[in-house]
Design a protein around this ligand. Structure first.
Ligand code: COI
Length: 352
């Protein structure tokens, strides 16, 4: 690892605005490593800067790219600590395999993430719900227009002090019944830019109709609920927690898995199965489904106020801020912010 003096100077001269939003303020440093001739270089921490890419480099044409989203916390100065970073590494490497990219060692990934977090430790916001959002990503940097896997790559880690992802306390969700996000055998489970690019046209319509997120259904039956564009989906039906089972069309969310473990530890029954949208909407109408919520690294746990169809039908939830969502959010954030006991050993406190 090489830490350039210019990066240390840049962070020393940085000042952070009070209201950071999401992904708008970037720390003035980044970590970078390059892959060539079958080998990764050492990680270098350098000042945040523009990338110089040849216009033929493969990521620009064929989208060979993967990323992760992870957070460091420093609530009331208790940190800096990361939340289950080894799970992000595992998922990054799974995405790499699916996108024909080289896997990355624990030493390189964690070294880069931890060093950027450590150097930026004074800029991890300290209020509850705020954090330092870390964005490790890898791009195909070989230059030529042949459709072949790249043999050269760049790995980078960026950091952004963030507040809430959504401006409101709950969201309105539009059911997408025409377009699909992923199909079996595709790349829906990989955290790759194409999955997010493919959701944007639906996001425009969702927004135009006055809603916040798109709910995607299965390509197979246009009925089973899958996920939202950047987060997983949960519902509470007769006091039990339901979420679509993970498949190769759904991103295996680390927040999703953590909420399942937390719910089970609180004695709540969790079902991971194929839930049809027709059944869910009936259960919302009858009141059997009392709460729905979205979860993800960026979204944390965000309650859903209502589901909507393009035909104009609305399905408001009985409880916009229900007790299950509240309990799970409080427990998750409490562990992440080191304000309640972490009996799962999910948090990693950074020290030097
Ligand atoms: C994350 O939660 O980290 C994501 O990658 C999703 C995106 C909406 C920011």
């Amino acid at each position: 690892m090489k830490i350039h003096q210019e990066a240390i100077d840049a962070i020393e001269n940085f000042s952070m605005p009070d209201n950071v939003g999401f992904g708008k303020v970037m720390l003035p440093i980044m970590a970078q490593a390059t892959y060539k001739d079958g080998q990764w270089s050492q990680v270098e921490v350098i000042p945040y800067q523009k990338l110089e890419l040849d216009p033929t480099c493969k990521v620009l044409h064929y989208g060979q790219e993967i990323f992760e989203g992870m957070k460091a916390y420093n609530f009331k100065g208790n940190g800096p600590n990361l939340f289950r970073p080894e799970e992000n590494l595992k998922r990054f490497n799974k995405s790499a395999v699916r996108m024909a990219m080289p896997e990355i060692s624990e030493e390189l990934f964690m070294g880069a993430v931890e060093e950027v977090t450590w150097l930026g430790r004074n800029f991890v916001p300290k209020r509850s719900g705020e954090s330092l959002y870390l964005r490790p990503f890898m791009i195909a940097s070989e230059c030529n227009l042949g459709i072949k896997p790249s043999e050269e790559f760049i790995f980078l880690v960026l950091a952004s002090p963030v507040g809430s992802y959504f401006s409101g306390a709950s969201i309105k969700v539009l059911i997408e019944r025409d377009m699909i996000r992923a199909s079996s055998g595709g790349m829906g489970a990989a955290k790759t830019g194409g999955n997010y690019a493919g959701s944007l046209l639906a996001a425009i319509e969702t927004k135009k109709l006055g809603f916040d997120q798109t709910l995607w259904l299965s390509a197979e039956d246009k009925e089973s609920i899958e996920e939202m564009s950047g987060m997983n989906f949960f519902s509470v039906i007769n006091g039990e927690l339901h979420t679509p089972a993970i498949s190769d069309t759904i991103l295996d969310g680390i927040t999703r898995r953590s909420l399942i473990d937390l719910a089970k530890s609180e004695g709540i029954k969790v079902s991971e199965y194929k839930l049809g949208i027709t059944e869910l909407l009936e259960k919302i109408k009858s009141g059997e489904c009392s709460e729905c919520f979205a979860c993800g690294t960026a979204a944390i746990l965000t309650p859903i106020a209502s589901l909507h169809d393009k035909s104009g039908e609305s399905y408001p939830l009985k409880q916009e801020h229900g007790p299950v969502a509240k309990m799970l959010r409080d427990n998750l954030l409490g562990i992440q912010e080191l304000s309640i006991e972490d009996k799962f050993s999910w948090t990693k406190l950074l020290k030097k």
